[in-house]
Every structure is written in structure tokens, then in C-alpha cells.
Design a binder for this molecule. Structure first.
Ligand code: AMP
Ligand code: MG
Length: 344
């Protein structure tokens, strides 16, 4: 394993490695991805193996230009409504944190889509990711660069700590700006449907293409068996026991020795500290806030970084405050709820 920073020659070397069937971890605006050439079944198989990811959990194919969507997907199989929506979405949200489920192109190995006739495609906004993809075969399958089920990596150190020598290259592009994964939108089944809330909000999508439904297995509604591949209850989980609480509950729950808390905003943390006089029981650094002023985009960008930090403290438990359910809120709450369901 080599830890690289993001110079052009290093990106070129990493792209060569991808072409040779090796695995390259790279930065995107959402989280770090573990990339493999999308047309190389052996490399794809290694992605599942390195992550410990079940083969029934399909991968997202990353492309560098809108036109390259045809390399992964056969958009002629969409109906005219679907093609119209696709054009609008690409123009408005690509590059960016939106993954689209489209009919799969035959050239893409079944392993990438876990045997489904559809494929997930995204055009990331990070310049390192785009250059890497451009210089490789133009289509890179990449799940998040973490062991399956564990917290997603939002900086190169997270990848190194979690996957280490099991990855051939790590491109270091600094911390991820969005910090939660892409929104996954299914365009193949009638009315567009959000399969996973993420960096583009439902409100933004509906403003562009009209009504969008939300899969019952996503967000706060998550429960029971997965209804679509990969939508497993437990995901993004820290090793420390974690529970989630609505704001009122979070503020009212007395403090226990050894616990750490993650607050949405400074206001809720201050009330908690004030009313319960917990200062002597919990070190200040053990009660971070996602965003001082309650900005949801900032909260999303810091979520995994702070969960990684809290998970490293050796706390007996982490209590996390749920955030308001608007904008990026459902994406944040989805990650928190799944993180809390590790043992469920
Ligand atoms: P990630 O773990 O971030 O790589 O996201 C991949 C997720 O995208 C999977 O866990 C699935 O939930 C979803 N996904 C990928 N391909 C498909 C597909 N063809 N149909 C439905 N969901 C998909
Ligand atoms: Mg993942």
C-alpha cells in the first residue's frame, strides 16, 4: 500500500493501477471510494472481498463526463418520461452527490450490479476523482472505502486506518466537503424513488422533476429486512454502542460517567450542560456539536469525522441527537439511525 498525495503524476499512476486490475482509494465530495475498473470482474470481486461486503450489495459506477453514462447504462431502455427526467437531473446535479439507478449496459459485468438488470451511476464533483476516472477506463466501480457496515471514511487517514495494506493505492485529497453519501434515485420504476437519502435533498429533486417517493427502507422509516439490495438496517456503525435521541430527550437524559454525546447544535448542548451541571462528569471534547448554528450542510460534512473521533475515545456509549428532518436532515438521521442499529 502506498499513501499518495494528489499530484498529477500520482493520479496517473493510480489510473494505470486501476487499468491493471488493482484497487485505488480516492476522494470524492461525499466520502472516500474504493475504486476498481468497472469492466474487470476479478477487480470487482476483490472490492467485495476487501470490504467484506456481501455480493448481493451492488456497487455504484463512477464516471467523469455526462456522456459516459452510456458506458454503464442503456438509457434507450427508459421510457420518454424517464429520459426527460434523466436529462434534467444530469444538467442540474452532475457533477454532484446524486446517484441514478438506470438500465444496465450489457458490457458491465453482473458482479457490479449484483445480478440486477439495473446499474447505479454517479458523476462525482471532486477533481481528483474525475481525473482518475478519465485516465482509467472511464468507468470506476466504487463503494465507500471502509469495511462493510463500519463508519464511512471522510479523509485519507480513515481509509488507511481501516483498510491499510488491503488497498493498493490511496489518493489523499483532504477531507470530503459533503461528508454523507450520495442520494440514490431510482429512475427505472415509474415515479422516481429515493432509495437512500443523501447529499441532494428530496426538496431539491422535487423542485426539478416533480413528485419523488421515498423508499420505505430508507431514512427514519428503516426497519426489518432490506427491501432493496444494500439497504441493510445496520450500516455506518461505530464500534462503541450508540443510541439516537430526539432533541427533547437528549436534553432531559441525565449524564452518565464514561458516555460521550454528539449534539446537533450549540444551543441544545448548552441547555444540557447548563441544566444538568454535567461539566465535571464529561470532558468538554466528549460532547462535540455537528454545527454550532444548526446548519444542516455543515452538520452533514462533519458527521462521520465526529463519529470516528467519538468512536476512538473509549467511551462506554455515544448518545447522538437527531437533527431536523428537512434538507440534508433525513440523510444525517438515516446514517445515525443505522449506526445505532448495529446490534438490532
Ligand atoms: P455504497 O455502499 O455507497 O457504494 O452504495 C451502494 C448502494 O447503492 C447499494 O448498497 C444499494 O443500496 C444501492 N444500489 C446500487 N445499485 C443498485 C441497483 N441497481 N438497484 C438498487 N439499488 C442499488
Ligand atoms: Mg458504504
Amino acid at each position: 500500500m502506498k499513501l499518495f498525495s494528489t499530484y498529477a503524476d500520482k493520479i496517473r499512476a493510480a489510473a494505470e493501477a486501476l487499468r491493471a486490475g488493482l484497487l485505488v482509494a480516492f476522494p470524492t465530495e461525499t466520502v472516500y471510494g474504493l475504486g476498481a475498473d468497472c469492466f474487470n470482474p476479478a477487480a470487482l470481486a476483490r472490492v467485495f472481498e476487501v470490504k467484506g461486503r456481501p455480493r448481493f450489495d451492488p456497487l455504484i459506477v463512477h464516471i467523469a463526463e455526462p456522456d459516459a453514462v452510456d458506458r454503464a447504462a442503456d438509457v434507450s431502455l427508459l421510457d420518454s418520461q424517464g429520459r426527460r427526467r434523466l436529462a434534467l437531473l444530469i444538467r442540474r446535479f452532475w457533477p454532484g452527490p446524486l446517484t441514478l439507478i438506470l438500465p444496465k449496459q450489457d458490457a458491465v459485468p453482473d458482479l457490479a450490479s449484483s445480478g440486477l438488470p439495473t446499474i447505479a451511476v454517479r458523476l462525482p464533483a471532486h477533481p481528483v476523482a474525475r481525473n482518475l476516472i478519465r485516465l482509467s477506463t472511464g468507468a470506476v466501480a466504487a463503494p465507500s472505502a471502509n469495511p462493510f457496515g463500519y463508519l464511512s471514511p471522510t479523509c485519507a487517514e480513515h481509509v488507511r486506518d481501516q483498510l491499510g495494506d488491503r488497498v493498493d493505492y490511496i489518493l489523499d485529497g483532504g477531507p470530503c466537503l459533503v461528508g454523507v453519501e450520495s442520494t440514490i434515485l431510482d429512475l427505472c420504476a415509474g415515479e422516481p424513488r429515493i432509495l437512500r437519502p443523501g447529499g441532494v435533498s428530496r426538496e431539491e429533486l422535487e423542485a426539478l422533476i416533480g413528485p419523488v417517493s421515498v423508499s420505505a427502507a430508507s431514512g427514519a422509516e428503516a426497519s426489518g429486512a432490506p427491501r432493496a439490495p444494500g439497504q441493510l438496517k445496520s450500516h455506518y456503525a461505530p464500534r462503541t454502542a450508540l443510541s439516537v435521541h430526539p432533541r427533547d430527550e437528549m436534553i432531559a437524559l441525565p449524564c452518565e460517567t464514561g458516555e460521550a454525546r454528539l449534539f446537533f447544535e450549540a444551543a441544545s448542548r448548552d441547555i444540557w450542560l447548563g441544566t444538568l451541571a454535567c461539566r465535571s462528569l464529561v470532558p468538554e471534547s466528549w460532547t462535540p456539536v455537528l454545527s454550532k448554528r444548526g446548519n444542516l450542510a455543515e452538520a452533514a460534512a462533519r458527521l462521520f469525522e465526529l463519529l470516528h473521533f467519538l468512536d476512538g475515545l473509549g467511551a462506554s456509549r455515544i448518545r447522538a441527537e437527531l437533527v431536523p428532518n428537512r434538507g440534508l436532515g433525513p440523510a444525517i438521521n438515516d446514517r445515525l439511525i443505522r449506526a445505532a442499529e448495529k446490534d438490532g
